[in-house]
Each structure stands twice: as C-alpha cells, then as structure tokens.
Design a protein around this ligand. Sequence first.
Ligand code: ATP
Ligand code: MG
Length: 552
Amino acid sequence: MDNLGSNFIKDVMIKDLESGKHDKIITRFPPEPNGYLHIGHAKSIIINFGLADEFNGKTNLRFDDTNPLKEDVEYVNSIKEDVKWLGFEWDNLFFASDYFEEMYKRAVLLIKKGLAYVDDLSADEIREYRGTLTSPGKESPYRDRSIEENLDLFQRMRNGEFANGEKVLRAKIDMKSPNINLRDPVIYRISHATHHNTGDKWCIYPMYAFAHPLEDAIEDVTHSICTVEFEDQRPLYNWVVEQCEMASKPQQIEFGRLNVTNTVMSKRKLKQLVDEGFVDGWDDPRMPTISGMRRKGFTPESIRNFVRETGVSKGSGAVDSQMLEHFVREDLKLKAPRTMGILNPLKVVITNYPEGQIELLDAEINPEVPEMGMRKIPFSREIYIEKDDFMENPPAKYFRLFPGNEVRLKHAYFIKCEEVIKDINGEVVELRCTYDPLTKSGTGFTGRKVKGTIHWVEANNSVAAEFRLYEPLILDSTEEENAEEEKTFLDKVNPDSLVVLQGFVEPNMRESMPHDKFQFFRHGYFNVDPKHTTVDKLVFNRIVSLKSSFKI
Ligand code: ATP
Ligand code: MG
C-alpha cells in the first residue's frame, strides 16, 4: 500500500520501537456509527492503517458506539463497506459497546478510590459551575458524598431507578484546573434508550472522554491517533488510563483535520443536508462522503493519492477541492476508455452522404494506451452534434460550425454547414451539411486545414443517455469550522449544483455497467451511475471536467 512519507507520528513510532517501549504498533480507526464516512475520515483511515502497515503492525476497526440515540446499523454497514472499498483490511472488528461491563467496573473502581461521585446537579447547573477559561470552577454540593453512597447511587443509576438527566457520574479531579476538561468531567449519563448492539441492557452510558481511553487500552492500542481538537483532552485521557489502572498505556497523538474548500465536513451537517432533502441521500454524488464520491466516480487510488499529498501535520487549513479533482483526472487518464457523447443534441443531415449507408469508422480506445485497442464507430447521413458547437452569427475566432464554415468531425470527415432549419419560434432544430469523402480521418489528407474539431454520434444507432453535471454543493470556499458559520451553512447551498441533460452516446457503450468510467471527448470523465441507470437508459455522472488551471 502507498507510503505516507515521513511525518511526526511515524517518528514517534520509530522511536518507540527502537527504545523497546513497544514491539508492535497497534492503531485503530474509531468511527462513531452516526453517519456515513467522509473524505476527512479517509485521512484518518489512511494514517491509522497506513502507518501500522509500514511497521507490520495491526489496525482495528472499532465502532465507538456509546451514544444510542444517534447510532444505527445502517451506518455500521456503510462504514465497513467504505473502509474496504478504500483498500484497507482491519485486523479486528470491535464495538465499544462490547466493553460496557468492563467500563462499568472501571467506573466503580474510581468510586472506590474516591475519584468519582454521583452528582444531582442539572446539566445547566454543571455548565454554570464549570467556570470559564479565566475563572475557576465551583465544587458541586454533592462532591463529598461518601464512597458507600456513591456506590449505591451508581448501582441504582444502572438499575434504572432514575430518569434521564437526574444524575450523572463525574470524575473527581480539580475544579480549579486551568484545563477545563479536568474540572470534574461527566463520565456516565443516564439515557433510557435502545442501543443498536446492546438493546435495552443498559440505561447508563459512558461519555466519550471516559470511554475512548479505556477502549484503546483494552485493545492494547499503542498510538491513539486523533485530530487536534482533542489536544486539551490528552491530560484527561492519561488520567483515565492511569486511575482506572489499565495495563496498557496508549499514547494519544493529534494531527490536523482535513478540510476541503466548497464543502462541509461534519456528519451532523451532512445529515442535515440528507434529512432536509438538499441531496438525494448520503451517497449523492455531490456529497463529500466516501459513498458519494464512489458514486460520482472517484477511485480509491485517487482518494488515497490525494490524502497522501495533503500530508500529516498539526495544521488544518482547507485544501482546494480542485486538488481532489486533479488526482482523479490523473488516475483515470490511462485507465478510462475514450468515447464520444452528445449532452445537448442538435441533428445534422449530411445531404451528400448516401441514404441508408452505415460506415464503421476506426478509433483508438485510448490513444495514450495503444494496448487498449480499437473501437468501431458508426457514421451515416444523420448525426447529432452539440448545440453549443453551432452559432448562426459567431463572434470572431469562433472555429466551430456556422453557415458556410467547415469543421472536422473527430474520427470522421470534414463537414460544411450549408443550411439552417428553424422551427416556428426561430429556434435552430437541424443543420444541413455536406461532407468531403477525401477528408476521411486516418487517410493522411493534407489538402486543406480546418481550425475546429467537434464530436458527434450517429443518430439512428446511438444510445440514449442522461448526463448529470455537478457543481460544488457549497458556494463559499472558506473553511467551514468557524463558529459564526454554524447556523448559516444551509444558506450557502448552491441551488444549481446539479444539471441534468438528455443526450446520446456511441452504440458500443450499450452494455456499460454501473461504475464503468469513460473519458468523453471534450467533456471530461464520467461514471455510469449505479442508482439511476436502467436497461433503457444509461445515466452518467460527470466526475470531473478535462482541464483545470490548478497546479500542485
Ligand atoms: P464529524 O465531525 O464529521 O462527525 P467525528 O470526528 O465526530 O467527525 P468520528 O466518527 O468520531 O467522527 O471520527 C472517526 C475518526 O475520524 C476520528 O478519529 C476523527 O478524529 C477522524 N476524523 C473525522 N473527521 C476528520 C477530518 N476532517 N480529518 C481527519 N480526521 C477526521
Ligand atoms: Mg465524533
């Protein structure tokens, strides 16, 4: 698998192996199954699996499923599929919820050590008592309950004797700590909810800050890689591992999260786009989800190469979305067959071409890869060209078709526009052209030159196709993780992010299968859509156009 290059996390691993602190690297990718994975998760996957791989270590896929209200097996299944599709195999598959009993025991241990207490303050009061960055917190009046009382109350919390929010279990650390995370964080809450894995067995659930270090330690994870927002939680992470007397002592290491311009990247926001109907599901090709990108036509290689290029560092500026496009173009250049498709058809009748004759022309499948061989394209008296390739009154330097002008039809002949047919509204509906048999492509004709080359498909044998062209879903290119923007990102949804066109493709594409990828001459790379394609109609998603000014 692709190498990640040198980086500060790898340096820590090398040092730990050399010093004998560890003899094997164990990492984990720990998604919460409350949504589909996005391109940011791909970065975490590639770092966790990629680094462990480089040292012949192991990586667990662990579902961090400690919040029953938001989690679902649909998400569990999609996450497994996406990780595999990206090209990674986990060594073990774990669910944090399988450790609930063990976590409960560790919480009891904390109570017995006088390091945790049951608090009756409400969520609002707890927030108020917590203090701020500049003022210390205040101790809860319930902080000094006896160990016996705490053990009894915690057991009764588990037994279901209290309502949601009535009580919590808090770690007893330091209400005056300059690090707010250490001001007696809540470690268990009551939630009478059915869990996707444990059903109704539990009505108390551990909080992330308590559960996560325990999960890592239980699995003997050596390096617990997470994003920089968790830097301030590291002292709490270490406190939990230490005070719960875990045998393994994983090390938390933070890196900068991936952000991409013109997109939002938090499951909460992506879920909102789905729930409020801005997109057609989590796998809508406009979504930055792995399943959306797969449906649009991105390849695992292109995503891995992109992530590798963004590197591993502490910083987290937004990466230009064009960089992502660059990598898929690079990947498909030598893989995708070339073909022609008309997205917006205009009929052309070639008046001097024999009626009823069909000629099969030869064309390379991919001129950059001769081994891919040749294809046959039918040509006849009636063809379609793009509406855009004709102008009745063209500006200077317009080299495509206009009355009296001659252009080259790719792989075929020169044609000249002789007559324009319009409907009663004055709309151009057909062109009458003539062709010159001497100009056949591949014959080495040098008699005269034309400046424009356009594409076409034969009209009577072509295959109907729908083309879906995408623009960025979010109009603003600025970084999303910005507090003021929280409420307003829906205002920035691009109303024109999808354009659907009905046209035609070459007949040799009739048997195309979902996820087949093509480069359409002059239009870019397209993927056969797995959801909308039927036996009667091929539906193509444009992955990316052919050119961009973007340079890496
Ligand atoms: P979101 O904010 O999108 O809901 P999350 O961090 O809550 O993401 P988790 O399911 O908890 O989602 O994430 C699993 C792993 O993926 C975590 O280790 C997290 O740090 C990492 N991750 C999530 N988003 C990004 C990102 N944009 N860049 C890099 N890593 C990410
Ligand atoms: Mg999360």
